[in-house]
Design a protein around this ligand. Structure first.
Ligand SMILES: Cc1ncc(COP(=O)(O)O)c(C=O)c1O
Length: 371
């Protein structure tokens, strides 16, 4: 069976670095559940982090039940029937628009929740439209021309999310942009959430520059608690998706490895972005030392459920395992059961390879979604 293998020691290494940044820069760094929701591992995260952030009632409930901290919540839109429940769970709650802020004012004004507004600074280093949250006509957050000159009564924070796998220099540019556009608000608020996308655990990331930049921000606005909510950085390079080769289809010389995983069901970013995941021992580009070329085929019926050629040193055979690198963040949460394709198992391993926890998915999981 295909399985996600998550490594506890690598997760701890990332979390140690992140906790050090939080302490050195005097900021709060919390886990974005959209990137990782395998809750049996939450106790590890809770040792290093002060909280987590949710973007739906389900995520908020998961945080409350398994993280043991009041969630920060931001959703692009709230469902009226769910709002009171979200409010009762949240410690911080961010609205995506001024209309939602006012629509729900009667509920939140009498609560103890700290309310924020997402703003769009119209700056993002992300080139792919699908992943760019800061396009001027986008739907995520209010742009500057929409804001009243003074913060609406009761507003405690601003929320900005426009980075993705970004550098410290890009965080610095984002902060300058926020100061230029929303500086007139910042002096009057209690917190600023700089969203996710701060990839501080990637090799070569300039952690010192990030700490310096955040400290300068704290000094400029001592009234503001600064919050970062990365997901990818916490899980960067902490897990793989291991797939078996079940068959090989050959049409007009194109050989396709038929795997027990699916790109559309299990790795949708590889088709949507699209991006090419690393495969252990294989080359993503043509290379004379990797003479064996294969497409990688998924198990769903979607015609496009495949990745273009990868190159191997030796012929691949049914029964071989392909190891997709760096699959812990987003991939584990984005899996679907389209076509009745089962989820890969998720297994948490300690440094000696001993299993700490395994989740297997059965027919009952599939059936329960529909009836
Ligand atoms: C509002 C918000 N916060 C945090 C994140 C986490 O970003 P990342 O996993 O890139 O750090 C995202 C990702 O889409 C997001 O939309």
């Amino acid at each position: 069976m295909a399985e996600f293998q998550l490594h506890e020691d690598r997760i701890r290494k990332n979390l140690e670095l992140i906790a050090d940044v939080a302490a050195a820069a005097d900021v709060r760094i919390i886990l974005a559940l959209k990137a990782f929701a395998y809750w049996p591992a939450f106790p590890i995260f809770a040792e290093y982090l002060t909280g987590a952030t949710a973007s739906s009632l389900n995520e908020a409930t998961l945080i409350q039940r398994h993280f043991g901290k009041a969630p920060h919540v931001y959703a692009p839109v709230y469902v009226p029937e769910e709002f009171d429940q979200v409010l009762s769970l949240a410690g911080h709650l961010t609205f995506n628009s001024l209309t939602e802020l006012e629509r729900y004012r009667p509920q939140w004004e009498d609560s103890s929740v700290s309310v924020g507004l997402r703003v769009n600074p119209e700056y993002s280093p992300v080139a792919t439209d699908l992943y760019n949250p800061a396009s001027p006509r986008g739907r995520l957050g209010e742009t500057l021309p929409n804001l009243p000159t003074k913060p609406p009564p009761g507003l405690k924070g601003l929320h900005v999310h426009t980075l993705c796998e970004s550098t410290a220099a890009q965080t610095a540019t984002l902060i300058e942009r926020i100061k230029a556009q929303f500086g007139h608000y910042l002096g009057q608020l209690e917190w600023l959430n700089l969203g996710g996308g701060h990839l501080m655990t990637k090799a070569g990331y300039d952690v010192d520059e990030l700490v310096r930049t955040l400290r300068q921000l704290r000094e400029r606005y001592p009234n503001l608690e600064v919050i970062l909510e990365p997901g990818s950085a916490m899980l960067w390079n902490t897990g793989t998706l291991n797939a078996r080769v079940l068959d090989i289809v050959n049409n007009y010389g194109t050989q396709t490895l038929m795997l027990d995983v699916s790109f559309t069901c299990h790795m949708p970013d590889t088709l949507e972005m699209p991006y090419r995941p690393e495969i252990r021992g294989a080359s993503t580009t043509e290379d004379p030392t990797y003479p064996y070329a294969y497409r990688l085929g998924g198990m769903s019926c979607l015609a496009g459920d495949y990745l273009a050629e990868y190159y191997f040193r030796q012929p691949v055979r049914p029964g071989d395992t392909l190891i997709f690198e760096d699959m812990a963040h987003y991939t584990t949460v984005k899996t679907t059961m389209f076509n009745g394709v089962p989820h890969p198992d998720i297994v948490l391993l300690d440094a000696d390879g001993e299993e700490l926890h395994r989740r297997s998915f059965s027919y009952q999981d599939y059936e329960a979604r529909m009836g």
